[in-house]
Design a protein around this ligand. Structure first.
Ligand code: XMP
Ligand code: MG
Length: 183
């Protein structure tokens, strides 16, 4: 779905698909250097990271493996609490592996901070994070994100994997949702 197809639902376009692809290509060149001669395991966090994972994986000029986790963070409404439950766990043994967590967005950072500790406890050689988007609040939590696509303002965004009530995940870009959509 193109940004133009739902322009009435969007308040402001933050990123086009071309801008995202260009940035993922830059990050890929960095990743290829950082993991030279190795086969990292990319762990995508469902469902939001599906688009980032697919485009990043295709862009990378090196062997990788992919696995997926689904987690839900308990909390009231849109605030995550940091209490996380695993809905779908990895199929892969992490012992000795170099792991790269692939996320759509880091907001409070609580989800990723929990995930990082969880995966590190499984005997991985290294665990790092790539997040396509980072909101300013993430700075408050001590979670190092090695690869960041874009810094964005603290507003609710949709598209490129990110949803509002499961919609807009298939949008070719990232945009701020118009208030009338919530009403
Ligand atoms: P924390 O706060 O733990 O949570 O970093 C990150 C998760 O919160 C969701 N999230 C969003 N989802 N638009 C969305 O569609 C947003 O603007 C947004 N901000 C946070 C998302 O699930 C992410 O993994
Ligand atoms: Mg997510």
């Amino acid at each position: 779905m193109k940004l133009d197809d739902v322009s009435a639902d969007l308040e402001e376009v933050l990123l086009t698909e071309d801008q995202i692809h260009e940035r993922l290509a830059e990050l890929s060149r960095q990743i290829e250097k950082d993991y030279e001669g190795e086969t990292p395991l990319l762990v995508g966090v469902l469902k939001g990271a599906v688009m980032v994972m697919a485009d990043l994986a295709k862009e990378l000029r090196m062997p990788i493996e992919m696995d997926w986790m689904a987690v839900s963070s308990y909390g009231s409404g849109t605030q995550s609490s940091g209490v996380v439950r695993i809905l779908k766990d990895l199929d892969t043994d992490l012992i000795g592996r170099r792991v790269l967590i692939v996320e759509d967005i880091i907001d409070s950072g609580l989800t990723l901070s929990w995930l990082l500790a969880n995966l590190r406890s499984r005997g991985a050689k290294s665990v790092d994070i790539l997040a396509l988007l980072r909101k300013p609040d993430a700075a408050k939590v001590d979670v190092e994100v090695k690869y960041v696509g874009f810094e964005i303002p603290s507003r609710f965004v949709v598209g490129y994997g990110l949803d509002y009530a499961e919609r807009y995940r298939n949008l070719r870009g990232v945009a701020v949702l118009a208030p009338h959509v919530y009403a």
